[in-house]
Design a protein around this ligand. Structure first.
Ligand SMILES: Cc1cc2nc3c(=O)[nH]c(=O)nc-3n(C[C@H](O)[C@H](O)[C@H](O)COP(=O)(O)OP(=O)(O)OC[C@H]3O[C@@H](n4cnc5c(N)ncnc54)[C@H](O)[C@@H]3O)c2cc1C
Length: 293
């Protein structure tokens, strides 16, 4: 276990913004996790997280070491059950499965987070979402070790449905030996499409808002004239208006100002109250982040 005091989120998060995490504990095993007196926050790969420039008090854990393992548990009908440590990056999971001749999790291709983050957010793409392949999640619910079956999780579009404060430690996922080559081809096309339509050359956190039913958040933001709008070093991307990019030297406040401006302008001009996809932690001025709480 390693404890980093006042570790800037900017060094971990995808936006490259955010102040110091008061205590960041890098946890290598379940035993170490169980030994912690309390946990306030979990950091995955920081690819969907915004923390104020002033920082985040309390204990934040990051799962490393043994909590990034993948093991094959065995065949279940046409599928293969795999247990994946929640700290493992999706990209590593996909590469490991590919080596084993397995597929089934192509929906996570291009999602730059961890498996824990994917379960917490019900991450997904045009190719599906993790909810479709999740059998169960194991982890800490308060001080209790708990396994929650997928059928008991109220998962929805970009909502993992985990109990508040639950630390996902491992996910049981259904991989498959069927249709692996076809899936690889679909993933290739999907990644090329993303490269052409998303501002992947600048730090971002992917889509900032969920798409409202029957609509696209990016199109609504574009419709109110904010595509390309900048505040400080942050920009509502000129390529894809549901992305906010750090064009260099942005602060967390710059990013939040873009989020707040997009949210309020869309609400005022179209009546649609966009729902943020990005997870916002810490204390923000109410005028800037009235959506918290
Ligand atoms: C370029 C880019 C493209 C993206 N494209 C997509 C996409 O296509 N689809 C999509 O769904 N997302 C996308 N995202 C967003 C992001 O990658 C996903 O939401 C991802 O699942 C977040 O995982 P993470 O490990 O980075 O989590 P973090 O950003 O570190 O955390 C996000 C939330 O999950 C919680 N969390 C993380 N790990 C755990 C755990 N072990 N137990 C409990 N809670 C946990 C955190 O506490 C936090 O509340 C994109 C992001 C970027 C930067």
């Amino acid at each position: 276990m390693r404890v980093l005091e006042h570790e800037p989120l900017a060094g971990h998060g995808y936006w490259r913004v955010g102040g110091p995490l008061e205590r960041l504990v890098l946890v290598d095993s379940v035993e170490e996790l169980l030994a912690l007196p309390h946990i306030d926050h979990v950091l995955g790969n920081g690819s969907n997280l915004l923390v104020p420039d002033e920082g985040l008090p309390g204990v934040t854990v990051k799962l490393v070491g043994e909590l990034r393992n993948l093991t094959v548990e065995g065949d279940v009908g046409r599928d293969v059950l795999v247990r994946v440590g929640a700290g493992m990056l999706n990209a590593v999971v996909l590469a490991r499965l590919d080596k084993l001749g397995l597929g089934g999790l192509g929906c996570l291709a291009g999602v730059p987070g961890t498996v824990g983050g994917a379960v917490a957010m019900n991450a997904g793409t045009a190719l599906g979402e993790i909810a479709e392949r999740l059998v169960a999640v194991e982890g800490l619910d308060g001080r209790e070790w708990r396994r929650i079956d997928r059928t008991s999780l109220p998962m929805a579009y970009r909502e993992g449905g985990l109990p508040r404060g639950f630390v996902a430690v491992a996910a049981l996922l259904r991989a498959t030996r069927v249709g692996v080559d076809e899936e690889r081809a679909r993933v290739g096309e999907h990644l090329s499409r993303r490269k052409a339509t998303q501002p992947l050359d600048f730090p971002s956190c992917g889509s900032v808002f969920r798409n409202p039913p029957g609509n696209h958040a990016g199109q609504l933001i574009e419709r109110v004239g904010l595509k390309g709008w900048r505040h400080g070093g942050a920009e509502i991307s000129a390529l894809h208006a549901n992305f906010i990019v750090n064009r260099g030297g942005a602060s967390a406040k710059d990013v939040m100002t873009c989020i707040h401006t997009a949210w309020s302008r869309v609400k005022a001009e179209t009546g649609v109250a966009l729902v943020p996809e990005v997870h916002v932690l810490g204390a923000w001025p109410a005028a800037l982040w009235p959506l918290s709480g």
